[in-house]
Design a binder for this molecule. Sequence first.
Ligand code: ADP
Ligand code: MG
Length: 267
Amino acid sequence: MAKILALTNQKGGVGKTTSCVNLAASLAATKRRVLLVDLDPQGNATMGCGVDKHELPLSVYDVLVGHAPVRDAIVPSEAAGIEVLPSNGDLTAAEVELINSADSEGALSRALEDLRGDYDFILVDCPPSLNMLTVNALVAADGVIIPMQCEYYALEGLAALMDTISGISSTRNPKLHIEGLLRTMYDPRNSLTVEVSRQLIAHFGNKVYRTVIPRNVRLAEAPSHGLPVIKYDKHSRGAIAYLALAGELIRRQDAGKVRQQPEETAV
Ligand code: ADP
Ligand code: MG
């Protein structure tokens, strides 16, 4: 059964899309079946997987507003070794159209529920705001991955995001939890980065992934070739970091499964 993870942070430019594409491709490299859902009208994750957002017969927009069944809109990404529920500018209209539907917050959840048997992971790339699309992602998700840059204002936005997450988990989606906080564009030579990182760990403990994503130009270059970094330059520090993150995510999940077993069968 697929685990649905939303990559969310209402700040733009913190590495959500980069992390979504490269984590998806890295999980696929470890033989996991992965679906990436692009929930940002900018369609950057779609393009980053080598899928042309201008040539989509159907997109996530058609699925959310009920024009098409979800399987009809999914396309393969050979570049990333995954499947993609793609997005483009059409999605900006979804918010307005969804307001008139009976359950505007549950549209994505309903669409993805049918797909759980088809994948090991479903990763949702969220837009840079706490809007209806992000709420749809949080209602659909099991866990949230929060990519963040360790800079002065990073912690400020986090409180609003935490409030939104706890609001949704106490009303619509009790299983929703913080899967992990991911430090992106990390520069250990910057003393502010190190200090913010220290505060994060003090506050969130082992929710902070041990893997850090370094600032690496290969990560910024890869999307213009429509490739994840492991295909663009597999020896780059960015590629190694996202493969390590995929490994950490899987190890944590496996450890969680052992803990959930009844005591007599736990090893
Ligand atoms: P978001 O989706 O949160 O808006 P992006 O993933 O699009 O953020 O990243 C913002 C910009 O920073 C992009 O140009 C991207 O290529 C670049 N970028 C992201 N992560 C890194 C990194 N670790 N090293 C270098 N550049 C990065
Ligand atoms: Mg993005």
